[in-house]
Design a protein around this ligand. Structure first.
Ligand SMILES: Nc1ncnc2c1ncn2[C@@H]1O[C@H](COP(=O)(O)OP(=O)(O)OP(=O)(O)O)[C@@H](O)[C@H]1O
Length: 611
């Protein structure tokens, strides 16, 4: 890695440009709800000006009381009306401030929900536009995890802090106007007293962010261990091999490492916070003494003293609240940089390609196709040449890791060839419009998805346009030989599958595979059908039956089958044998047997196994 690209440098750059995300966060909140944003601003304004008004009314009360006391001494008549009016006014201001605070809290809570949903949608929508290789890249995956974990609450946090800052700034300006009369120096003192705390806050929030970024891989490891220790699909093996204690220990070791770092940061942050807080307290009490002595010598009235003390106290807490808000904003910005880093991840341009090829019915051609996975130094496929015509079936055999699945990933454009090209009906796959291309392909991978939905939807997932087509489900289930067990389920096609949700029913491996096959049959319009070992959990006879049946129902289509079972493979029109990413042998079952090569060898081995 070049030094310029190191994570440290990226982070430094982010720290510098970190405030650029504030505006975008506010934008996001505004777009989520203009009405609520305006409501927040109004409530903030009211909550901002009321404290100064209260301090001022406080002064009026004290001065009115002192004046009333003096008049009472002179004429023995009670003059309490003015003072009581001011008391009433202060009471009303208390109500106003309470209402403004409640309005702020309510609006923030409502916005929080809306914004969380909006940001999560942005994250998930982005995930849809990424390529498979993004998901296989651990660094990118970290970004996604970080974005999902933190960022959905951060934009509002940032906006709330911006408003808190505004509220404090408004309060402070109004305090400043009143304090100025006492002494401009008092104002300066107020600001300087709180400054050291701000610098410390900003530094520590930066440190917290760096820690958060560095931790991501460890946190992912911890999450993974959690799924191993607490998810039904893993627990079986973990129990039987008695791995629980080992995994728990790993989990704890990661925690201890992370906890040590957190503890150190918390302790440093809080001790610095205390030390710098002492400075602020000293400043405050210095000013207190100053105001008291000015009152004793009669430079200011008792009412003014009350007001200044209040202003000073509230002013000081406003300054430190603003500074904390600023450093908090800095922290939110750092976290948000994660979100935008993820959202700005480059995605391949949506191809506005063609929807038909120049040579209809030409089928699929691989021309000198080679492919290397990003980050791998060995090619997964090298110089593949193939032609599959409509109405023909191709079986791919080869040892583990020989490149069979990779070939399918290229054919379905999950990856693009690093060399050569793949044509469908005479048109390069890259030039096809994505949805037109995908409509023509139906694939069931060996690790097909077991949707925790009802049976029918698990089948309907094969054709998005007919997702809820109940007649379609039944037809496809019949073709996938799945009807016998579906009919036995209490709620038939409405049965919830999997264990994640209440009442879910778990199926056997073979039953799931039948569901997956039915899903492939659901894709009636697709003319390229690919089965990548989805029948491995069935016995050899059942697999052969299914493939035969599959071929009969896909007569004018192209069918591609990956299997390790020669009893099925032999049924295909053409067979290729792959080794180290290359096609080593090709032909029909009979011609390959005649060649006496690897196919013949493997076939005989397997046939002997069945004897
Ligand atoms: N996502 C990936 N990233 C990097 N390398 C990969 C990836 N997937 C597969 N490979 C590598 O590419 C090679 C071919 O893998 P592929 O999955 O195509 O084999 P396969 O023939 O389908 O194997 P199997 O019979 O075990 O399913 C292997 O060496 C594998 O390590």
């Amino acid at each position: 890695m070049k030094p310029a690209d190191s994570p440290q440098n990226t982070v430094d750059k982010n720290m510098l440009g970190v405030f650029r995300y504030s505006r975008r966060a506010i934008d996001l909140v505004w777009k989520t709800s203009p009405a609520l944003t305006i409501g927040l601003a109004l409530a903030t304004l009211i909550a901002g000006v009321t404290p100064a008004a209260m301090a001022y009314v406080g002064q009026l009360i004290v001065d009115a009381v002192v004046a009333a006391m003096e008049s009472y001494k002179q004429d023995q008549i009670l003059h309490y009306q003015t003072a009581l009016n001011y008391v009433l006014l202060e009471g009303m201001l208390v109500l106003v401030i309470a209402a403004a605070q409640r309005a702020l809290t309510a609006q923030q809570a409502i916005l929080q929900g809306l914004l969380g949903q909006k940001v999560n949608l942005l994250i998930l929508e982005k995930a849809q536009s990424l390529t498979l290789s993004h998901f296989e890249d651990s660094e990118f995956y970290d970004k996604l995890v970080r974005a999902r974990r933190e960022a959905s609450s951060r934009p509002l946090a940032l906006v709330n802090k911006t408003f808190a800052l505004l509220q404090n700034a408004i309060s402070l300006s109004s305090f400043a106007v009143l304090l100025w009369h006492f002494s401009p120096w008092a104002l300066a003192l107020l600001v300087c007293g709180a400054l050291p705390s701000f610098i410390a806050e900003a530094k520590f929030s930066g440190d917290a962010f760096l820690m958060f970024r560095w931790r991501s891989p460890e946190v992912r490891q911890q999450n993974y261990l959690e799924t191993l220790l607490a998810r039904e699909d893993n627990i079986k093996e973990v129990r039987l091999y008695q791995l629980g204690d080992r995994f728990l220990q790993r989990y704890t070791e990661i925690f201890i490492k992370l906890f040590k770092e957190s503890k150190r940061l918390i302790l440093r942050r809080e001790s610095w916070g205390f030390a710098l807080g002492v400075i602020s307290t000293l400043v405050f009490y210095g000013a207190y003494g100053w105001i008291v002595s000015d009152t004793i010598i009669g430079a200011i009235t008792l009412g003014q003293m009350t007001m200044y003390l209040l202003l000073f106290k509230q002013g000081q807490s406003s300054v430190s609240a603003s500074l904390t808000a600023i450093s908090g904003m800095y922290e939110d910005n750092l976290y948000l940089s994660n979100l935008y880093e993820y959202l700005e991840q480059e995605t391949p341009l949506a191809t506005t390609g063609q929807v038909v090829g120049p040579i209809p019915n030409d089928g699929i051609r691989f021309e000198n196709v080679s492919f290397q996975y990003p980050g791998n130094d060995k090619p997964a496929l090298a110089n593949i040449n193939l032609h599959i015509r409509p109405g023909h079936s191709l079986a791919i055999v080869g040892e583990n890791g020989s490149g069979k699945t990779t070939l399918i990933k290229l054919l379905t454009r999950l990856y693009n060839p690093t060399q050569g090209r793949i044509l469908l009906d005479g048109l390069d796959l890259l030039e096809w419009e994505e949805s037109a291309l995908l409509k023509r392909v139906g694939v069931i991978f060996q690790d097909f998805v077991r949707y925790q939905f009802i049976v029918g939807e698990n089948i309907g997932a094969g054709d998005n346009d007919r997702f809820n087509d109940q007649t379609g489900w039944k037809k496809a289930a019949e073709l996938g030989k799945a009807t016998d067990f579906i009919d036995e389920l209490e709620q038939g096609y409405q049965t919830q599958l999997g264990r994640w949700f209440r009442g879910g029913q778990e199926l056997s491996g073979g039953q799931w595979q039948k569901i997956a096959l039915a899903r492939a049959f659901m894709r009636e319009d697709a003319d390229i059908l690919v089965l990548d070992e989805p029948t491995a959990a069935m016995d050899a006879q059942a697999e052969a039956n299914i493939f035969q049946h599959f071929q009969e129902h896909t007569k004018d289509k192209m069918a591609i089958l990956i299997s390790h079972r020669f009893s099925t493979v032999r049924l295909a029109h053409e067979i290729i044998v792959m080794e180290h990413g290359q096609i080593k042998e090709r032909g029909t079952h009979e011609s390959l047997l005649e060649q006496q090569g690897q196919y013949a060898h493997l076939f005989t081995l397997q046939a002997q196994g069945y004897k």
